[in-house]
Write a protein that binds this ligand. Sequence first.
Ligand code: NDP
Length: 324
Amino acid sequence: MVQAIRIHEYGGPEVLRYEEVEVGAPGPGEVRLRHSAIGLNYIDVYVRTGLYPQPSLPFVPGMEGAGTVVAVGDGVEDLAEGDRVAYAGPIGAYAEERLIAADRLVKLPDEIGDETAAAMMLQGMTARYLLRKTYNVGPETTLLFHAAAGGVGLIACQWARALGATVIGTVGSAEKAELARAHGAAHTINYREEDFVTRVKEITGGEGVDVVYDSVGKDTFPGSLDCLKPLGLWVSFGQSSGTIAPFDIGILAQKGSLFATRPTLFTYIAKRADLLETARDLFEVVGAGKVRINVNQRYPLHEAAQAHRDLEARRTTGSTILTV
Ligand code: NDP
């Protein structure tokens, strides 16, 4: 038996119950993994509330972790006991140990520590696909990134700057503005105090940006569309403030023949080759010091509920891990 957090019914942070679970031996194609650190992500909140329902209850939440392989199932060729690995998905991370499909694991290079890995696999691979695949960000790009001081935000600001882009970041406080600027945002807007559409227009001389990365959702819609140049791209990749109500697609025509996409990391890393390429790119920018991973909050696993409260109350910056 190992200690884990389980969800028996959807709801607030109080539904995260710390209890013993049976892990068992790995089946064919699986390994048993002992976590040394677990990543906290906003998707964990959507899962906990039931916005992203799971096939059955109870279940162990959590999409990200790093640790050591302790047992290997039949047919697993390229992993052995003692290997240091990390992953983003599938669900089941909030536990001291878990079973996981071997083909979802990535071996960690020596220079990437377990805590850094647990803090960056999901948010860092997200930043990578958003900036390199969903849109090809380069020196000519001006982009708006909402929640720029958050987990995905701080990584994306640094990576976008490394690609030569001009980054405008929205943030919820003066301290977060400073943090975002220190991580590559050329301009910041406190969208709790200023109208971000007006400010983006001012900063871009009335032109607007090429691409908006919007994970805030309800509170930044439809303003995000008004920040775009004609033919610009709206990337709606989350809803930290609540889901966007259904809308008439004609709004994209009215606001300048805009493009829109609602991507998820799990499509971009579904094929193993894409997972490996995405992780390799992430390890490279982190290894080269172009992107620093900020583990700004740590909680023991049994305090996962408090970690959720702080994340939802906008009290965190950068990445957060649960320690075991
Ligand atoms: P963050 O660390 O960015 O935390 C969320 C941040 O959103 C807060 O810190 C806050 O920053 C901002 N925010 C704005 N309004 C609210 C609100 N009403 N309630 C709570 N937070 C608010 O989280 P992550 O880095 O884990 O994830 C960022 C977003 O990206 C999430 O929406 C997540 O679901 C999404 N995501 C999507 C993926 C995909 O592939 N589609 C993959 C990974 C993440 P501030 O105070 O500065 O406004």
